[in-house]
Design a protein around this ligand. Structure first.
Ligand code: IMP
Ligand code: MG
Length: 187
């Protein structure tokens, strides 16, 4: 029998939209008059970043990095490497890193240390979801969309085994089970 994952909606598209707009407004106020570069972490942040940028009413530059974390598919080992580096010059720029979710914290800690080498004017982190359950290293995001206690989440850029990124809401995912349908009904 076919088995699929059970998805339960925890953040609706409307709720996400409202919060992303609030973050954009705050970021706009905080970076007025500054040379801003927004760096998205691929792949998970691509949808959040696209929506967030459209609420930042300032001149800005956009770049992306891609990081690889060794470990199992569901937990980072703490061994991180860069598979796509920054391409813009960050010297004397105010850098805002956009990430989908902080889990263990290894990814953002690594990236923050790496960005220090670029002689930036500042580095701040904006993260859609702060998940505290499995934090291993101390990292504080400057802008947080939602704090979620625990669980594995998919949708709005977040994947499980590369699936579900295109969902408009964010879902709590339970391990595979025998199900009736393919996609969540409240998508
Ligand atoms: P960290 O290095 O453990 O903080 O994890 C960072 C990366 O793991 C995130 O950028 C996500 O790509 C992925 N990740 C962590 N938790 C989840 C989750 O609940 N759903 C999907 N991806 C996750
Ligand atoms: Mg990611």
């Amino acid at each position: 029998m076919e088995t699929i994952d059970e998805l339960k909606l925890i953040l609706s598209p409307e709720k996400i939209k409202e919060r992303v707009e609030e973050l954009g407004v705050r970021i706009t106020e905080d970076y007025k008059g500054k040379d801003l570069v927004v760096i998205g972490i691929l792949k998970g942040a691509f949808i959040f970043m696209a929506d967030l940028l459209r609420h930042i009413d300032l001149p800005l530059e956009v770049d992306f990095v891609r990081l690889r974390s060794y470990g199992s598919s569901s937990e980072s080992s703490g061994q991180i490497s860069i598979t796509k580096d920054v391409e813009l010059s960050l010297k004397d720029k105010h850098v805002l890193v956009v990430e989908d979710i902080i889990d263990t914290g290894y990814t953002l800690k690594y990236l923050k240390e790496m960005l220090r080498l670029h002689e930036t004017a500042s580095v701040r982190l904006c993260c859609l979801i702060d998940k505290q359950e499995r934090r291993r290293v101390e990292v504080e995001a400057d802008y947080v969309g939602f704090e979620i206690e625990k669980g594995f989440l998919v949708g709005y850029g977040l994947d499980y085994d590369e699936q579900y990124r295109q969902l408009s809401g964010i879902y709590h995912m339970s391990p595979r089970y025998e199900a009736r349908g393919f996609m969540p009904s409240d998508r």
